[in-house]
Ligand binder design. Structure first.
Ligand code: GLN
Ligand code: ZN
Length: 781
């Protein structure tokens, strides 16, 4: 890039960058540290190197507003809990600066391990140790939930924001430190004491923030970015009042600091007036998800407010169309003046992979349509320069962006006429089973002849070291196709034999051939691409590589039929076929932005429908379509829920309704808070649904009871996130509780979720006990 010569500058910010390192250096360092292979000094040295490299990359790419304290060893919400000293007693902290051991105990428990049942569904097994974890807004990033108690007090307990500011400054960077805002922080937290209103703690919390802000100012910070993404949620007046109070207090207490108040993940909506009237120096708005708010916010913004315009998508990996953006931005920059505008991604780039250039094996056309965080920085800097009057100097970059956008629009890799035709041929009938549930159930029961309380599992069996080793060897080419196939067949056969032996009623093949429940299907469907290094943080040191859904989806050939046929050939008992549903595939991928998500969902549904029909043709009579991620796709605003649920349910019905009454459709969901969405669950009309209920002691079945849910249900009778083997009595007790809420004829017996993260030594006795529990129950019924 040529040197910036003119004096007019437009500020260009990133809001936050990925922490993990281009080669997952942070993961390596953390895991080595936890394993005792490196010491704290070495871990912290790696972290410092990663920060320095991050700052250098931003500078080199023309970013002028570089953040600090966006880095985290584990999670920025945990960092905030530690900064303010919100540390539950069980961690044994007695004040002073929080030791790293305490920090990691809060993150992972003191001896315990974090457990993932699939990507996106993470649970910490802690007994008493780790903090709870949940999804960060509607992303696939998980944060550690702050925990507050009655009479909670706060004190500055970590100087991380100040240390990292100083560290950057020593390296020559004047950064804008990032803090998670106090209102959002409190709203994300929870308390064992249900009567505690977290916002009542605000006045105790603000002095801690003020002290941090003062110290930052004393070190030379001019601006601080304070993130209040809660401003895109449905807020009540108390929360709005808390925001006003907070920023009034800050304005008075630390007038020397300029606050850039960052909102993201959506439109401000009914919080807009609150947001634009806060006494802050700058406001960041998300103009990707909240594109419609552009004109109103600009019009309403007071004259002295700097606007940070989040125009580059921080949540997705598509290259921007720069000329289109420039046309939108130019009049605004002219109207507001250069000093009042900053250009930024819609949100922190935490949610996108680091460097597209590392992807040497990607289809070259697809690659041209993408931008990861470094490429997004380039885009931001081009926009900044063009808007500062240097459009000529970046003309080639703008032209290249335009060409790429035009090529993407026209590409035959994206558009498949056959898919368009099928989409327009979808009829209502295709979304309906032939007969209502009671008729289907009659036919199915007669055909299967299963006992009362049939037993089954959710699909996967342990992905042992051997399984992973064989897969890696096969991927590397050191294990031949035929040998790998043979290996998988033996694993499957062993699992099938064993299930028969212990007396399970409905068997599964074990999913040994699958790396991941979404990737496995994405790799076989057209319209998806995969990266080699495109990791994004899911939680702590766990990263995922989401598939990229770039084009029309179709299924060139059957994906699971051979495995199902082989597994069924080994037994006379019903072998349940296992598929991932369209909504889950969508929610765990980077999805194309040129058509509505609902349309992409429908395309995937048609492809899965083809698979369902082929399985039935081959003789499968039970087909499970997992929708693990259906609930987590709920929009942030309640007013948008119904629209989402409508198309999500439609997608499920479309993929599952191409079969005869005899074919029993199962679905599985990795949670059980169904109160909000029980109508949608009912509308899916799966013959059998399995859910996660063991830890709620079946209480969450109440939603099904109240709704008079008519179809069959397998409420999970044991927690698969724990290595502990459940006793027969415990499971019987849970079943007693389930029978208080559902009729015997409705009940299936299964674990909470798939067993791939467990060891065989845990799975064997657990399932033996589960079968025993079912038998004892039958004897009494
Ligand atoms: N069939 C999948 C399995 O057993 C389901 C996993 C999930 O729902 N997360 O692994
Ligand atoms: Zn599950």
């Amino acid at each position: 890039m040529s040197n910036v010569s003119t004096s007019v500058r437009l500020a260009v910010a990133t809001l936050g960058t990925p922490r993990i390192g281009p080669r997952r250096e942070l993961k390596t360092a953390l895991e080595s540290f936890w394993a005792g292979k490196i010491d704290e000094t070495a871990l912290l040295a790696t972290a410092a190197e990663l920060r320095a490299a991050n700052w250098a990359r931003q500078k080199a790419r023309g970013i002028s507003v570089i953040p600090s304290n966006d880095f985290s060893l584990y999670d920025h919400v945990l960092d905030t809990s530690v900064m303010v000293g919100a540390i539950p007693e069980i961690y044994g902290w007695t004040g002073g600066s929080v030791p790293l051991a305490t920090y990691f105990a809060m993150a992972r428990g003191s001896e315990g391990e974090g457990e993932a049942c699939a990507h996106g569904h993470v649970h910490h097994h802690h007994g008493v140790s780790a903090q709870e974890m949940t999804k960060w807004f509607d992303t696939n990033y998980h944060y550690m939930v702050p925990e507050f108690k009655k009479g909670q007090t706060f004190a500055v307990s970590s100087t991380k924001p100040i240390d990292e500011y100083k560290e950057a400054k020593a390296l020559g960077y004047q950064t804008r430190p990032v803090l998670l805002g106090p209102v959002t922080f409190l709203k994300l937290g929870k308390s064992k004491d249900a009567s505690l209103d977290a916002l009542s703690l605000l006045d105790g919390l603000l002095p801690v923030y003020i002290e941090v802000l003062k110290r930052l100012a004393a070190e030379g910070a001019e601006w601080v970015q304070i993130d209040e993404p809660c401003l895109v949620l449905d807020l009540d007046d108390a929360a709005r009042q808390a925001l006003r109070h907070t920023y009034d207090v800050f304005a008075k207490a630390v007038p020397q600091i300029k606050i850039m108040l960052a909102t993201y993940f959506g439109d401000l909506g009914d919080n807009r007036d609150t947001a634009v009237s806060l006494p802050v120096a700058g406001l960041h708005i998300d103009l990707v998800r909240g594109a419609d708010q552009f004109a109103v916010v600009v019009a309403k913004a007071p004259k002295n407010l700097t606007l940070s315009l989040g125009v580059i998508d921080g949540r997705n990996i598509w290259r921007a169309n720069l000329p289109t953006l420039l046309n939108k931005l130019e009049p605004v920059v002219t109207a507001l003046g250069h000093e009042r505008v900053q250009i930024a991604p819609s949100c922190s780039m935490l949610h996108v992979p680091i460097d597209l250039d590392a992807e040497t094996a990607l289809d070259t056309d697809v690659k041209e349509w993408l931008a990861f965080s470094l490429q997004k920085m380039d885009e931001l800097s081009v926009l900044g320069r063009a808007l500062a009057g240097q459009r000529d100097e970046v003309a080639d970059r703008i032209a290249a962006s335009k060409t790429a956008a035009a090529k993407r629009k026209e590409s035959s890799k994206i558009h498949n006429r056959a898919v368009t035709e099928r989409m327009s041929g979808i009829t209502d009938q295709m979304r309906r089973r032939h007969s209502p549930f009671d008729v289907r159930a009659g036919v199915q029961h007669k055909q299967f002849g299963l006992p009362l309380f049939p037993t089954t599992t959710i699909g996967s069996f342990p992905q042992t070291a051997d399984v992973r080793k064989a897969r890696a060897a096969h991927a590397k080419g050191t294990l031949k196709d035929a040998d790998y196939d043979q290996f998988l067949k033996e694993e499957t056969a062993r699992a099938v034999r064993w299930q028969e032996e212990i007396g399970l009623d409905v068997l599964v093949h074990g999913e040994f051939e699958r790396n991941d429940m979404v990737q496995y299907f994405g790799e076989q469907l057209s319209g998806f691409a995969f990266t080699k290094h495109g990791w994004v943080q899911s939680y702590g040191s766990r990263y995922v590589r989401p598939p990229i859904l770039f084009g029309d989806v179709s299924r060139p050939k059957p994906m699971t039929v051979d495995w199902w046929r082989y597994a069924q050939s080994l037994t006379k008992r019903p072998m349940k076929a296992m598929l991932t549903g369209p909504v889950t595939i969508l929610n765990w991928s980077f999805v194309r932005d040129d058509i509505p998500r609902s349309e992409a969902c429908r395309q995937i549904a048609l492809a899965i429908r083809d698979e369902v029909v082929d399985l039935e043709k081959e003789g499968a009579r039970m087909i499970q379509i997992d929708e693990a991620a259906l609930r987590e796709g709920l929009p942030l605003r309640r007013s948008q829920w119904q629209h989402y649920l409508d198309w999500a349910v439609e997608g499920f019905r479309l993929c599952s309704s191409g079969v005869a009454d005899e074919t029993q459709i199962h679905t599985h969901m990795c949670y059980s808070e169904f109160n909000d969405i029980i109508d949608a669950i009912g509308a899916m009309d799966a013959d059998v649904i399995s859910i996660e209920t063991s830890r709620s002691k079946m209480e969450l079945l109440d939603a099904f009871k109240t709704y008079h849910y008519p179809n069959e249900i397998g409420p999970g009778v044991y927690d698969i996130h724990s290595p502990r083997v459940p006793e027969v009595g415990e499971m019987k007790h849970l079943l007693v509780l389930a029978r208080q809420r559902l009729s015997d004829a409705q009940l299936w017996i299964n674990p909470d979720c798939g067993l791939k993260t467990r060891k065989w030594d845990e799975v064997r006795p657990a399932l033996v006990n589960m079968v025993a529990a079912a038998r004892e129950l039958r004897a009494q019924a």
